[in-house]
Design a binder for this molecule. Structure first.
Ligand code: ZN
Length: 323
């Protein structure tokens, strides 16, 4: 047991009492090298499989405190209040998911405020969320009426083979024990069920001083290769990887993204952590337009641009085979 310090969002130091050392989850005996340092944490990269991870890192209990106390990089109130953005994002993801499955019981791991499941429910899924952050769970249950389990995957009370699909968006990097957690998802899915996840591809690329890894929130960074490894090692068959090149480095798109970020920032005045909204925030037309534009840039333009050696959003689909 060792202690460490993390930087809070306001720049002050935040003491972490319990830290743990971590090895590559795929190749125990491989060497690792420093990838990048950030916020007092070190991300290393496996010399064999290219996985990037944080070591040492805060214990799981420390991470829960970190998320709930807003020491995290996740903006809780932003997630709760950005109804238009989250709903439009959700609809875009559901369009893609419908290529594989469009009804049945759907579990979202890391369901945050619950907007994805809110839209999924409207489109016909029977939904269930799980999230570690108390404020999100309260909002999702009470305002959006989404059944949401508060906790982590290893504690869920659900029966084996009881879901048709598991979905995760920007959650893979937050999983503390990816092999164990994917094995649980495999167990929860019925034979023929799908795991669908959206994540970044940072570990494919050399460390870039301008790219923020969000340490220690992001405990792991994967690549197409290591996600394939993760799926196969936990019993899934990789079905397809959809790759959307990120355009934010190109001038006109960078401008759009800055406008979008500015609008989001304006609506994100810091809220005390206990101020959980008790009703749905109103939908605003200008936020809808900006959100549609952002999703168009990310998914529709991102889909047709060159794909090699660039930062991208990956949507990966795996299947639990009928056995
Ligand atoms: Zn490795």
């Amino acid at each position: 047991m060792v202690s460490g310090q993390a930087k809070r969002r306001d720049g002050a130091n935040w003491k972490v009492n319990t830290m743990e050392d971590v090895n590559c989850i795929f190749c125990d005996d491989a060497k690792s090298e420093l990838y990048k340092e950030e916020n007092g944490y070190r991300a290393v990269r496996c010399s064999r499989c290219e996985l990037v991870w944080v070591t040492p890192r805060p214990s799981i209990d420390e991470m829960k405190k970190l998320y709930e106390g807003q020491e995290t990089q996740i903006d809780l109130s932003g997630h709760l209040l950005e109804r238009d953005l989250k709903s439009i994002q959700a609809k875009k993801c559901l369009q893609l998911i419908s290529k594989y499955i469009s009804e049945g019981r759907l579990l979202e791991v890391g369901s945050a405020a619950g907007y994805f499941l809110w839209e999924a429910k409207k489109s016909g899924f029977d939904v269930q969320g799980i999230d570690i952050t108390h404020q999100f769970v309260e909002y999702s249950r009470n305002v959006l009426q989404i059944p949401t389990f508060e906790g982590i995957l290893r504690d869920v009370p659900f029966e084996d083979n009881s879901f048709d699909a598991v979905y995760m968006r920007n959650v893979l990097s937050h999983l503390a024990y990816p092999l164990e957690e994917f094995a649980i998802m495999h167990r929860l899915l019925r034979p023929g069920g799908f795991v669908i996840m959206e994540t970044g591809n940072l570990a494919e690329l050399p460390a870039d001083p301008d790219v923020y890894l969000e340490l220690p929130d992001h405990l792991y960074h994967f690549s197409e290769k290591t996600i394939d490894l993760l799926l196969r090692k936990t019993g899934f068959t990789p079905v397809r990887t959809h790759r959307f090149t990120l355009l934010s480095r190109l001038a006109p798109f960078a401008w759009i993204e800055r406008q979008f970020a500015k609008k989001v920032a304006q609506s994100r005045e810091p809220k005390p952590m206990w101020a959980i909204p008790t009703k749905l925030p109103p939908s605003k037309w200008h936020k809808q337009i900006i959100s549609h534009l952002a999703q168009f840039v990310r998914y529709d333009l991102g889909r047709i641009l060159p794909k090699k050696g660039t930062r991208a959003t990956l949507v990966i689909v795996g299947k639990k085979e009928n056995s």
